[in-house]
Design a protein around this ligand. Structure first.
Ligand SMILES: Nc1ncnc2c1ncn2[C@@H]1O[C@H](COP(=O)(O)OP(=O)(O)O)[C@@H](O)[C@H]1O
Ligand SMILES: [Mg+2]
Length: 231
């Protein structure tokens, strides 16, 4: 069974008196364990697509199914447990809670799930990304790369089946970007998760199983990654 399916997604925004169509008839299927890159120029609709695929926002038409369960039209009460249990999200700008320590940021989604061992899991993840000694630091005391490694731990704390990353290395220099990327891929592989990552970095795209290109709101052509058949 596909872990994620989108059928005929359209997304329209009302801007002043006009309606602008940002996504046009997008369909895709993703199998468990895949690493799929979504590429495309700025403004092409990549972030909008991720928010629809992850249930953070609803399409204007079409539907999204996660592990056979339709999330389109689901109420916030129905969506919240799916999001908490199934989905991890890494943002370009980290989105850490500034008043919580690194460890508390990571524990937070696990505590929402009522996990008793949230602290041990958070400590283990921090160690895994080489930040055990930064557990009690506030985000303001961490570098960009360190903040993103904390965000990565937070995204993985509930062992999501689906990991979404929106330009996770976009605010980092190439050295720190590479550390974050390799840790992201390692954690995804160790936990058997599926990774859907937005980037316009061709080096990252090379590491993917599949690259989907979005252009002007349409899914364009499909380029096979290293594990696929080349063109
Ligand atoms: N909430 C919104 N209201 C109106 N227009 C939006 C909104 N969100 C995104 N857009 C527009 O949708 C288009 C795609 O945006 P986005 O998905 O952020 O692109 P990308 O992530 O590929 O840079 C852009 O033209 C953007 O201005
Ligand atoms: Mg974007």
């Amino acid at each position: 069974m596909n872990i994620l399916e989108a059928r005929n997604l359209n997304k329209t925004y009302a801007v002043e008196n006009r309606r602008i169509t940002v996504l046009k008839d997008i369909s895709l299927s993703i199998t468990p364990g895949e690493f799929v890159v979504i590429a495309g120029s700025s403004g092409s609709g990549k972030t909008t697509l991720l928010t629809l695929l992850s249930g953070l926002d609803q399409p204007s038409s079409g539907r999204v199914t996660i592990q056979g369960q339709e999330i389109t039209g689901a109420t916030e009460d129905e969506l919240a447990p799916i999001r908490n249990r199934m989905i991890g999200f890494v943002f370009q700008s980290f989105h850490l809670v500034p008043s919580m320590t690194a460890k508390e940021n990571i524990m937070f989604p696990a505590e929402i799930m009522g996990k008793k061992d949230a602290e041990q899991i958070a400590s283990r993840l921090l160690k895994r990304v080489g930040l055990a000694d930064r557990a009690d630091n506030m985000p303001s005391q961490l570098s960009g790369g360190e903040k993103q490694r904390v965000s990565l731990c937070r995204a993985m704390v509930n062992q999501p089946k689906l990991l979404f990353a929106d330009e996770p290395t976009g605010n980092l220099d190439s050295k720190n970007g590479n550390i974050v990327l390799s840790q992201l891929i390692d954690l995804k592989t160790e936990q058997g998760a599926t990774l859907i990552l937005v980037t316009h970095n061709p080096d990252i795209a090379k590491a993917a199983d599949r690259v989907l290109t979005i252009e002007d709101g349409r899914l364009d052509r499909e380029i096979s990654g290293i594990s696929g058949q080349g063109p």
